[in-house]
Design a protein around this ligand. Sequence first.
Ligand code: CLF
Ligand code: SF4
Length: 522
Amino acid sequence: MDHLVEREDLEVVVGEESALDDVMQKIAEHKGCGTTGGSGKASCGSGAGQGDMPPEIWEKVKNHPCYSEEAHHHYARMHVAVAPACNIQCNYCNRKYDCANESRPGVVSERLTPEQAAKKVLAVASTIPQMTVLGIAGPGDPLANPQKTFKTFELISEVAPDIKLCLSTNGLALPDHVDTIQRFNVDHVTITINMIDPEIGAKIYPWIFWNHKRIEGVEAARILSERQLQGLEMLTARGILCKVNSVMIPGVNDEHLVEVNKAVKSRGAFLHNIMPLISAPEHGTVFGLNGQRGPSAQELKALQDSCEGEMNMMRHCRQCRADAVGLLGEDRSAEFTTDKIMEMEVNYDSEGRKAYQEKVEQERQAKVAAKAAELEDLAGEMSDVKILIAVATKGSGRVNEHFGHAKEFQIYEVSTTGAKFVGHRRVDLYCQGGFGDEDALSTVIRAINDCHAVFVAKIGGCPKNDLMKAGIDPVDKYAMEYIEQSAIAYFKDYLAKVKSGEIEHAARGDASIRQGALIAAE
Ligand code: CLF
Ligand code: SF4
């Protein structure tokens, strides 16, 4: 019988490899992805649109706010905190806080049973028709709590089959659950991979709990890395879209993440999300207490840019809470506490949701067309000039937020090739109920200090002057307009002024990523 077993194993492995090759090849050959022979860009990435990927992949990502940058302006996700336990220890995590991989470092307000989670999903889906994705991302590791995680998926797929299921894991237990993940139609899996070199891993992970025992040091990191990469290969072989999250820890794994990027790309990962370490002493983490710093905005962008030649990068991650609800960058979880849900009248209207989403799609197409039309005038322009623009927005891809009300600014890089979303910066609220907070203003300026302009729906005289003094152009003439179209229009004017000698183009300085910016109580 042995040979039969071997033969079956061989068939599975061969089958998996060819399925993976098929997927990689399909993506690679498709318009816009520009790769051949497996050495180029293998994923179409978060910024890609409908024409840039095979239709079956587009169907999977088009309304997933994390897998499509475009979608994140329009569609919302929610997390349910059903998974409290974890099977590893990361030096950036303190268990009384959320998972730093996929959550903000604030405590979850409440942990849910699978039944409560299913009720909450229905309540949110009835209230927020653009909520398309349900993710399980902690507060521990979903696959260290497999019964609760899969029971939740089972209940939700029964009551709300149109909602996409999503999972985020540290990967240690992943190979054991790949078949179940596939059985429950979980289309999207995120694995947090911070290293492929166990010596580096030992500086990030003090221990893992595996095979009923605690393992420490380099051996622990070796096992974790092998399991993560094995799980990634198994998932992509089954056609499940995988995103890899990596936490950038300066001086520990920052340079090494380029190698991680290559390793995950070659195993079929769809997207790579390099996130800044969030580390402050008050979080009580090993890194926080040791004074390990996070990266600056420029350091993060430089690493993301250097990996982008290999694979498209996610840059719109908000490192959200394990119980986040709403568009990325907003948090409506306080509207859906268990008490409130119990009192809510839940009317799950799948037709109404569909009709709403069709309207969203029309708006989205109009936005894409407006951007393309604006870009046409730039065709043939040759210039090395690139600028960053910060935008105050509350969604829908429009400049539609007042400067004083913005809790974050979205950052676009604009050049003759067009406008590209490259990040976001959380800030302190400038407007404090009728008056402007000068301290908050200085943090805003530090956060967008690398930008040449800031687009807002409205802005008062004081902040306007201070921004101008700091060399940032406050622009309100694009109020309510589409962001990318406006950014390209602004850039055209800017370039014309540079060419005429009216202004001299100069690079801006670095900007800071606000530590603690993502703590829940805001
Ligand atoms: Fe949640 Fe993660 Fe699914 Fe998104 S989050 S499980 S893939 S539905 Fe998204 Fe949040 Fe970043 Fe995660 S913004 S932390 S990448
Ligand atoms: Fe914390 Fe998540 Fe790491 Fe577990 S995997 S220790 S929950 S950051």
